[in-house]
Each structure stands twice: as structure tokens, then as C-alpha cells.
Write a protein that binds this ligand. Structure first.
Ligand code: E4P
Length: 217
């Protein structure tokens, strides 16, 4: 399973990349705003800065919601770096835009997926990734992990090449559930990745090893 980090924070991206386990990055307009990245030029420069840190797919989201606008913005984003993946919201025009980019060999990530039907349409249009939002479904008392499972079955039934990119993944249990189901990718904040490192028995065991070593000196 590939690990993407879901942030626009350059320090966090670098920290995850330096761990040696990071495969890519996802951003969205809210994450860019959180880092105070404003204005077209700054946004473009920020994507370029991310591409300099991570050698892997970097999702950059279009703001337009009409077909022509998505094509215009997506082409500008895709031209920034070969690793840019154009992130497109699940809309009727978005599906058409995904088909357009797919025919041009430009990678896409279809975002804001909350049902298996939406994922199937995006895959049929040729999306490179679909992003079902696990945590946001959990937030409204639905089971986000069930959706990942349903999409996995459908994509496997027809050998669809689109990768399942489990998004809105909030904690280490989500990550493990996605891994058990066979999600191709998870994208999550740095703290969810770092939480996988932790186990109290590891800390206790290490303290004892070090204490015993001291006795042998
Ligand atoms: C998807 O790519 C989104 O950037 C993201 O995963 C949304 O996560 P959130 O629901 O925690 O905001």
C-alpha cells in the first residue's frame, strides 16, 4: 500500500519524506488556505516547492467547476511538473474532464467521492485515482471503511486500473483497515503515520535493553 501525506505544509512533507516511506502528496484548497498560500502565483510556486521535496505523485486541485475551466486549470497544473496529478471534483463536468485528461495521458485524482457509484463512473472515465473520503463518512455516522471495501470488490470484478486512494483517513486504525482491505493508497496527516510507530511495549522493552546494557559496562 502506498502512503501519501495529506497536507500542504512543507515541513511536514519533508519530515514524512525523510522517513523514507512516503510515496506521494495530496493537497486541497482548504489545506493550501491553512498554510496561508494565497494568489495564483504563490499557489503555483507552492506546488513547485512540493515537487522539489517529493519524487512521487502530487495532487493539485482545480478550483473551476465547469468543463472548460477545469481543462484550462488542469493543463496549467499538469505543465508544472511531470509528477503533478490533476485533482478534479466528482461532478458531471468533472467526469468529462477526467476523460479528456485520460486521453491526453495526464494523470487525475477524482476527489469528493462518497459512493461506489461515483467511484465507478470516475474509473470508467479513466481516472488514475479515486478518492473516497473515509473520515467524512464516519463523521455523519456512515462507515467510510465499508465504502473502500465495496469499491475494492467492484474494481477487482472488472480489473479496473484506477487506484483506490483512501482519503480523509484520520488515524492509524483507519490506515490498518485500508491495508487489510487492499486499498492501493492511503492519504493522511503526518500524525496518523507517526502514530503507527508507537507501542508501549516497544518503549518498555527498549528502556530495559538500555538499562541492562548499562549494567554490563
Ligand atoms: C483528500 O484528498 C482530501 O484532501 C482529504 O483527505 C480530506 O480530509 P479531511 O476530511 O480530513 O479534511
Amino acid at each position: 500500500m502506498k502512503f501519501f501525506i495529506d497536507t500542504a505544509n512543507l515541513d511536514e512533507i519533508k519530515e514524512a519524506y525523510d522517513l523514507g516511506i512516503l510515496d506521494g502528496v495530496t493537497t486541497n484548497p482548504s489545506l493550501m488556505a491553512k498554510e496561508n498560500i494565497k494568489g495564483q502565483e504563490n499557489i503555483i510556486n507552492h506546488y513547485k516547492a512540493i515537487c522539489e521535496i517529493v519524487d512521487g505523485p502530487i495532487s493539485a486541485e482545480v478550483i473551476a467547476t465547469d468543463y472548460e475551466g477545469m481543462i484550462r486549470e488542469g493543463e496549467i497544473l499538469a505543465a508544472l511538473h511531470p509528477n503533478i496529478v490533476v485533482k478534479i471534483p466528482l461532478l458531471k463536468d468533472g467526469i468529462k474532464a477526467i476523460r479528456y485528461f485520460s486521453e491526453k495521458g495526464i494523470k487525475t485524482n477524482c476527489t469528493l467521492i462518497f459512493s461506489a457509484g461515483q467511484a465507478l463512473l470516475a474509473a470508467k472515465a479513466g481516472a488514475t485515482y479515486v478518492s473516497p473520503f473515509v473520515g467524512r463518512l464516519d463523521d455523519i455516522s456512515m462507515d467510510g471503511i465499508d465504502l473502500i471495501e465495496q469499491i475494492r470488490v467492484i474494481f477487482d470484478n472488472y480489473d479496473l486500473g484506477t487506484e483506490i486512494l483512501a482519503a480523509s483517513v484520520r488515524h492509524p486504525v483507519h490506515i490498518l483497515q485500508c491495508a487489510e482491505i487492499g486499498s492501493d493508497v492511503v492519504t493522511c496527516p503526518l500524525n496518523a503515520i507517526l502514530a503507527l510507530l508507537k507501542h508501549p511495549l516497544t518503549d518498555i522493552g527498549l528502556a530495559k535493553f538500555l538499562a541492562d546494557y548499562q549494567k554490563s559496562l
